[in-house]
Design a binder for this molecule. Sequence first.
Ligand code: ATP
Ligand code: MG
Length: 327
Amino acid sequence: MERLLTGDRVTGKLHLGHYVGSLKNRVELQSQVDSLIMLADVQALTTHFEQPDQLAHHLKQVTLDYLSVGIDPNQSTIFVQSMIPEIAELTVYFSMFVTINSLRHNPTIKAEAKENGYEDLYYGFLGYPISQTADITFCKATVVPVGEDQLPHMEQTRKIIRRFNQLYAPIFQEPQAVVGEFPRLIGLDGSSKMSKTKGNTINLDATKEEVHAKIKKATTDPARVRKSDPGHPEVCPIYSYHQAFRKEAVTDIYDGCTNAKLGCVECKQMIAASINHLLEPMRERRNIVLKQPRQIDEILEAGTARARNIGKQTMEEVREAMSMSYF
Ligand code: ATP
Ligand code: MG
């Protein structure tokens, strides 16, 4: 059976970008493959090392988001990254043969370093693609659902695996990245990616009113001042949301906007209604879980115990491959 590994940094609530970029795929795949879903608390520290006290809260929040979108803990193993020491061990071994230049040239690292205003890069931040390779290999995952920003890391992962297999013994298979239908959802402010840390999101736990209010304030085509001005849907975040959440209506929206027949207010009301329609069943599931919040801890404990067992087995093979089974 194929094994799937994916995860999210525990830096805040999950949003619509996560849903279309990755969560939707996970829900669809969980009945077909052995799914492991990781709460990336160590990776969160690569940028949030000053606030480790936030992790516990975010961990619960993200788990609640998972359950609300329909990730089923009986089908998917949800676990905590920092509680799998094998991931840290593998990171160390892989880092011996990954060069600084190959990390520096990774386009996602470059973009994120710029966003975070880093000039002198932190060692852990620069090296997080190596740690991600360890996340994937500790459980020998073959399928990895990710957003587009993760593709350079997946390429780096495949290279590290090839090198390991060639240096020591061929114990790892090269994994496949599975990009969602909408690999990069734009932010409400029109910036290139809806992102937790940029505050340009519609979170999965947003109320009806919040969805309407956020959409109302969202950026649109700046060249369209009056309804009578023809719009340019290709530069409008709202149009991209129609593409993501109202596929059946995109032709009408495009025509209405470019012919100046459809105004932004009406266009925004339609997309807000569709987003609310998508979020409604998630709100219901969330409320059911919140009636018994203790189950979140139980799910994480059971999932982490299973992941730990898998890690131990892999580590035995790694030590064997590296001739490091001493006694
Ligand atoms: P942060 O700003 O803290 O990095 P993030 O919003 O980028 O948070 P991550 O936890 O880094 O979220 O990403 C988790 C997964 O969700 C990754 O596979 C990523 O590619 C995907 N993802 C995140 N944002 C989007 C988006 N706007 N569109 C599509 N996929 C996304
Ligand atoms: Mg990110």
